[in-house]
Design a protein around this ligand. Structure first.
Ligand code: BYC
Ligand code: FE
Ligand code: FE
Length: 481
């Protein structure tokens, strides 16, 4: 079967020849009702019967892989789509570099590989759970549609990982696939696996920051897994990355439109000082210092997702050929790293120092450094908007040691510039760095829904262009009563 052709008619659209693979087909059909129940219970609250103008992946051809149409979300076609197989692909790094890429799970690495797939799979439904309340306060139908688009695609990403579990990991794969539907974001007894996926996404500015920062961790981790010597994982992740780009677009343009609206309102009302918070908030827009605080919290929570500074898990996964570096295939070195070093920021005697460490155990930090560079480029695009309005303010990424819960810096308190603080100083100043209860109340009150086609809430500018080139007053969501 040609992978460009998707079998779109069955219950599960796919380009993996599911009709010729009865065992896996049955397993997935058995898993399906539980997934739909989960979607009803934990998916977007209040809009399950609404018609949403969504894109659905119908091909893996880069030139035309999606089609747009009105869909009720529970009827969305969550497909299993792998990027085309690369002929004679080889394990690109690690101890097995140059050997034929694996089409089956190498027995010795089974547990490690399963863990990577399960962790990746766990984040996808977690984000849907975190965002399930946001539809009710959408600032426009355009934004509501983007939220739901991200949600259904994260649902598809769960399918992608569940397919790997069902096809390649036998009975324990089936158990893990069930468990992915049982854990719940923020649940004290059965939480999601990684920290940031148990936090709340309380408002739309958080949603945009999440899709900018946390979906970008998704991009980096998927890029690293796309390099995998286990070919089915590589191919799945490569296709997931095409969808990921839209999630980050939603985040970047979302925050950009908030900034745009704030700067425009300041200008219209002759407010020059970006820190004149009370005057700015009276205009029904979000002051830039509060945008900075939201940036600080989402950036720091997301850095935790890269794991510890020194990680034998990361070293083992690379050595085994399972998880590579960002753009491993474009890097020029021995791709084994047994004798190389990499500089890592560490905590030594209470001070932040740069330490040359074994490159293999520093792979989490290497990926994180690439991530920070990617984030910084987006932040500088936001700053261009502020500059355009002549507002004297710049957004900045906080220091990587700021507000950390994983790794060496979780032991100390640090300000956004990287200065070590005493506990007392931290308590005194933390409201300067992170949203205070007053900031949170202000944003919560601002989040009034705007559901009229073509209209936008006071705090956000309209987008430059519509989705699928639709006009400004297009009804992206037909809200069912
Ligand atoms: N929270 O050796 P270390 C996405 C644990 S986002 C809780 O440093 P490792 C998406 C760690 O599990 C991308 N625990 O860990 C975005 C380990 O525990 P065990 C998701 C944590 O394995 C938006 C211990 O600490 N994909 O797709 O090198 C919307 C030792 O740590 C955390 C992946 O992450 C944490 N933050 O690094 C939707 C890719 N950090 O096993 C979706 C797969 C560490 O000793 N995952 N621990 O009990 C991995 O590659 C790695 O597991 C990690 C952690 C990078 C996450
Ligand atoms: Fe995802
Ligand atoms: Fe995503």
């Amino acid at each position: 079967m040609n992978v460009m052709n998707v079998d779109y008619d069955g219950l599960i659209p796919n380009n993996v020849g599911l009709n010729q693979d009865m065992r896996v087909k049955k397993a997935l059909e058995k898993w399906h009702p539980g997934y739909i129940n989960w979607w009803h219970d934990m998916g977007p609250e209040g809009f399950q019967q609404s018609l949403v103008y969504l894109r659905t992946a119908v091909s893996v051809d880069p030139k035309g892989w999606a089609k747009f149409d009105y869909v009720r979300m529970p009827e969305y076609k969550w497909g299993i789509l792998l990027a085309p197989q690369v002929e004679d692909r080889r394990v690109p790094f690690g101890a097995h570099r140059g050997e034929k890429a694996w089409q089956e799970v190498p027995g010795e690495y089974r547990a490690m590989l399963r863990r990577l797939v399960v962790i990746q799979g766990d984040t996808e439904p977690a984000s849907v759970e975190q965002q399930r309340h946001l539809g009710k306060t959408a600032p426009s139908l355009y934004d509501m549609r983007n939220l739901f688009q991200v949600n259904v695609e994260e649902g598809r990403h769960l399918w992608a990982m569940v397919y790997l579990l069902q096809k390649y990991f036998g009975a324990d794969g089936r158990e893990e696939a069930e468990a992915l539907l049982q854990r719940r974001s923020g649940d004290p007894d059965t939480p999601r696996m990684l920290g940031a996926f148990n936090e709340k996404t309380p408002d739309w500015l958080s949603f945009f920051m999440f899709t900018f920062f946390t979906d970008r961790d998704g991009k980096m981790q998927l890029e690293a897994l796309a390099q995998s010597g286990f070919d089915p994982l590589s191919r799945t992740c490569r296709f997931m990355l095409t969808e990921e780009a839209h999630h980050m677009f939603v985040g970047e343009t979302g925050v950009g439109r908030v900034i745009e609206r704030t700067c425009a309102a300041m200008k219209e009302n002759g407010i020059e000082d970006p820190c004149d918070i009370d005057a700015i908030r009276k205009l029904g827009v979000i002051d830039l210092p509060t945008v900075q605080k939201k940036l600080n919290i989402h950036f720091s929570l997301t850095l935790d997702l890269f794991g510890n500074e020194i990680s034998t898990n990361a070293a083992n996964a690379f050595h085994a050929g399972l998880k590579g570096r960002f753009r491993e295939d474009k890097l020029e070195d021995d791709h084994q790293l047994e004798s190389s070093t990499y500089p890592v920021l560490r905590l030594v005697d209470g001070k932040i120092v740069r330490d040359e460490t074994a490159a293999l155990s520093a792979l989490n930090m290497r990926l994180r450094d690439d991530y920070v560079t990617d984030c910084a480029a987006g932040v500088s695009r936001w700053n261009k908007i502020i500059e355009k309005y002549g507002v004297p303010f710049q957004l900045k990424l906080p220091h990587v040691a700021f507000h950390r819960h994983i790794g060496e810096f979780s032991k100390i308190k640090i300000d956004t510039e990287g200065n070590v603080l005493s506990d007392a100083e931290w308590e005194k100043r933390k409201d300067d760095f992170l949203p205070s209860s007053r900031d949170r109340d202000f944003i919560e009150n601002l989040m009034q829904p705007e559901f009229a086609p073509g209209k936008f809430a006071s705090w956000i500018a309209p987008p430059r262009v519509g989705i699928d080139n639709k006009p400004g007053d297009f009804e992206y969501v037909k809200i069912a009563e």
